[in-house]
Write a protein that binds this ligand. Structure first.
Ligand code: DGL
Length: 284
């Protein structure tokens, strides 16, 4: 079984793409709705909450857990992979994040390659990153991109209000105003130079991708994180088939777990995934 952990609903955009891409692989999603949002929390809290979420998914029988959340990945993934997992008592398990596949797609460089692959003189692209306060403050995206492409300019923009507005089902004109504000603020940083690529570095943002498309310059390429992550997981599972477990003969219904109230979660979940199955409660 493969687990996907997120602070709440946002990871459903990634989870839905994975469930569609691998219909016979058993997936379980855990949204920490009791503690959402993570985006403005102190780092040590994000690490502790993410660790407990991963632990809950391991206890549920997952051997592989994907952090389907940019904030949790940027702040907690490395600490959990390097410091916690080896002493956790869980053997033969692994934790993946969603920054690595996104950086691979943005730089066209494998994650394992942590230095420029060829002379970078001509690779002077501008890459935009939109994310939560904590994702942007972590500098994970600029650091990882510049290791591989040192001449690339990475411009970051915090989208402080967008997650909350999407979760409360704000009307399109309000969402449009927020996206326009964030894109304008980003373009002010580039001095008007259109970014070559834009990373929507928050799992909520695929839901407002058409609004980003509308306000970004026409030739800025948007990286769609759910598809990028599904491509990357496909590649990973080909190289590590032991994490696939027993693929069923027929399509499986994915399991959704929440630390919140299932009755209250369902309505918002359908903003993210119209035909999402019902959530079950687990303590967290
Ligand atoms: N899922 C989170 C992300 O991708 C955003 C939601 C939150 O702040 O908890 O960054």
């Amino acid at each position: 079984m493969i687990g996907v952990f997120d602070s709440g609903h946002g990871g459903l955009t990634v989870f839905r793409a994975l469930a569609r891409r691998f219909p016979r692989v058993p997936f379980v999603y855990f949204g920490d709705h009791r503690n959402v949002p993570y985006g403005n929390r102190p780092s040590d809290e994000i690490v502790a909450l993410t660790r407990d979420g991963v632990d809950a998914l391991f206890r549920r029988g997952c051997r592989l857990v994907l952090l389907g959340c940019n904030t949790a990945t940027c702040v907690a993934a490395r600490t959990l992979q390097k410091d916690w997992l080896p002493v956790s008592g869980w053997t033969g398990r692994n934790i993946l994040g969603i920054v690595a596949p996104t950086v691979e797609a943005a730089t066209q460089t494998p994650w394992a390659v942590t230095a420029p692959q060829y002379p970078q003189r001509y690779n002077t692209d501008v890459i935009a990153v939109f994310g939560t306060t904590r994702t942007i403050a972590s500098h994970a995206y600029p650091e990882e991109i510049r290791k591989r492409c040192p001449k690339v300019t990475v411009v970051q923009q915090t989208c402080a209000e967008l997650v909350g507005a999407i979760e409360r089902g704000a009307p399109e004109d309000e969402l449009d105003r927020l996206v326009a504000h964030d894109v304008t603020a980003l373009l002010a940083q580039t001095g008007g130079t259109p970014p070559h690529r834009a990373i929507l570095g928050c799992t909520h943002f695929p839901l407002v991708e058409p609004l980003f498309r509308r306000h970004l310059p026409p030739f800025t390429r948007l990286l769609s994180q759910p598809e990028v992550v599904a491509d990357s997981l496909e590649d990973y599972l080909q190289r590590h088939p032991r994490f696939l477990g027993e693929a069923a003969d027929a399509a499986r219904s994915p399991i959704l777990l929440t630390s919140g109230e299932p009755a209250r979660i369902g309505r918002v979940a359908r903003i993210f995934w119209a035909d999402a199955p019902a959530f079950d409660h687990v303590p967290h």
